[in-house]
Design a protein. Sequence first.
Length: 268
Amino acid sequence: MQYPESAVLATFAEALEAPYGFERSVKFCERQMLDDRFLMTVHKASLGKNPENTLHALCQQLHAPAEALEIILALLPEADIVHLGFEAESETRLCKLYVEFAATVRAAMENGQIKAPLLVHKALKWGVGKPQRHAVTDYWLNPAKGPGYWLNELSTGGAEKTQVLSSVIQQVLMLAVERVPEEELMCLEVNEPGNPRKSFDLNLYDTDMELGDIRHLLEQLADALQIAPAKVERWLDSNAQQPLGHLSSGIARDGRPFATVYFGIEGR
């Protein structure tokens, strides 16, 4: 479905007249499968001579909370990549702005200098028409918290749905490490000060896996979360050959377990 905010973002990206990435995602949570979601990626250089003003104007158009927006824009001089996102939930719509410090992270990884948590992204996410409903999210490359750490966190969560989530992620990881060593998979710690969110983001693009490779696991997860099988099957049938990108999972800001699958990145 086309929403005014997603149209604004699409128009903005096309007007840059520069290449950008487009990635879709689906979020699984209790009794819900949310598939009206996307993330666009642009290089800061494509935003013109004053990228802060360019993004400020865009986010004003999308009614971003002013004070929180300034926190993100203040970091733009240190960043080189910008992500713009949108998602429709059952009762609201969210817009997102991320800044990414890709060059800094790449240099630290090449030099083997990541001994303490390193900030990879900082993001602002806000509700359309409800700017007071917003969160500032930090994404950390934390050498002490790899995939094994997060599997343990989920497996000790207690709730049955969390246990199933842990099992599914463990099986995805087993498939991934058949293709890429675990230590080469980038796993980010995700947190939002002031709410219960505690989650991770695992980058799987280097595995060259497709959604179809984990179809049976996503079906298990959807069943545990009581999501209508027909909707899941339609989505999987349409996207089985799409490249598997990221897997984000853990406890959401509402305190419930979730898993989000990012897939099908394409250049535009």
